[in-house]
Design a protein around this ligand. Sequence first.
Ligand code: AMP
Length: 549
Amino acid sequence: MKNKGDHMLGMMQEWPLLCHKVIDHAAIYHGKREIVSRSVEGPFHRTDYAGIRERSLKLAQRLDRDGCRLGDRIATMAWNTWRHLETWYGVLGIGAVYHTLNPRLFPDQIAWIMNDAEDKMLFVDLTFIKLVEMIAPKVPSLERIVVLTDDAHMPETSLKNVVSYESYIAEADGDFAWAEFDERTAAGMCYTSGTTGDPKGVVYSHRSNVLHAMAAMQPDMLNLASRDRLMPVVPLFHANGWSTAFSGPMTGCAMIMPGAGMDGASIYEILTQEKVTITAAVPTVWLMLLQHMEKHGGKLPDLSRVVIGGSACPQAITKAFQDDYGVDVIHAWGMTEMSPLGTLCSIKPEYSHLEGQEKLDLQAKQGHPPFTVEMKITDDENIELPWDAKTFGRLKVRGPAVSSSYYKGRGAEQFDAEGWFDTGDVAHVDSYGYMQITDRAKDVIKSGGEWISSIEIENLAVGHPDVAEAAVIGVAHPKWDERPLLVIVAKEGRSPDKQSILDFLDGKIAKWWMPDDVIFIDEIPHTATGKIQKTTLRETLKDYQLPTG
Ligand code: AMP
């Protein structure tokens, strides 16, 4: 900001908050701290912060030689491994923009997103080569594809301009200096898919990433220390990897990267073998781990806390971790637009006396914000509502690591003149600032931490010749949190069956978007303006249970 008056200014240095200063700090003061990865090729791989920095510099040098410049978008479609971490820092170090792609989206959606961002290069794991073969021909801006492996593991592929990561960086000697630029420069991109319209690009800055990581590591948040061994199970392609790529190195803690091993057995193996002390992921992952341990036995002697967010954490998970395994649960809420952490449910002194069910009830709340997040709840007329743990309203936030707009100005209606961002969530807050989500303003279905757009399925279903109207709602599911249920009103005189509807959707949406069941009713309830009234529909179907098996 410019000094508008002649008032006295502080006499402190301008030290831009650049992400690559984080890896410098880690390499200088915690250089030998381990970074352990389950490689996509199979074996465990071990390096340290000094090693990550050295190779990130080589990558930065190589990208620079390839003509990558400030602001260029470099996509990644990759698991959490040391190579993915190096890619982020290499990209950041020349002022280019890491753009994480979610491989679980439908190929056409990924191509749309890549074209919107005009990605220049793509760094991809071996797992996703076939997927990229479908997408790459549809993305004209893509100049080169780097496969995150070595020459020995390079696959047969129809892709053009493709090279292994190891041979790519081997062409650089690492004699290179990070670029210096304005801390507000774009650092990363991550698209968020809403219920309607096109996906919206969230653009992080170097400054927002650094400030957010400093907020995230605080004692009342992740409580990270150099003594910790942090395992981000949450993929880097989910909501900025919950900032772990920055908060980890900033603290100098060891990092354990689970690679593609996301099943209960693999998570258990790496947690115990690598003596992880803190880990983070969506509830589905923890359900798989707990089920694995229930079946095969096991203990978690080194794990002190587990961060659970992305969707509401079921009490059974909190109870099992705390009572059966002695691991504290930290429930977290956030959004891609918030870098992403918004609130964490650590226990303030006002609640330190709680035990048993009362404590579990507190932990079902999404928690309180760190410094840098401002929060309020309002009614539809933007009138602020009281914090009485009962009155709920639209949850709005602002802060230096909250989006000020989406890429290309989409979704402008979510931002107001005072800088408040409407989260689309509905919540109440108690007098100590503990927030609890009560509903979603929109009706996306969250399956295993991933979004399923109800409207997209509805729109397709009504294309079936026998369907008059369709509505999709989320139904609770023991493993995936929620699964879609498709509710159909048939055209008069027609009687389509479940299979013909599913056959009709097959190939038009991703497999995991397919509704778990299709039911037929006479009429779907509507609002005054003719919109489907999902609250009423949910109420009507509250006793409905998904078929098992
Ligand atoms: P995303 O941007 O994909 O991380 O999704 C953000 C949305 O996920 C939020 O707006 C909430 O609707 C939901 N969400 C995230 N964390 C939680 C949580 N702990 N409890 C309930 N909903 C959550």
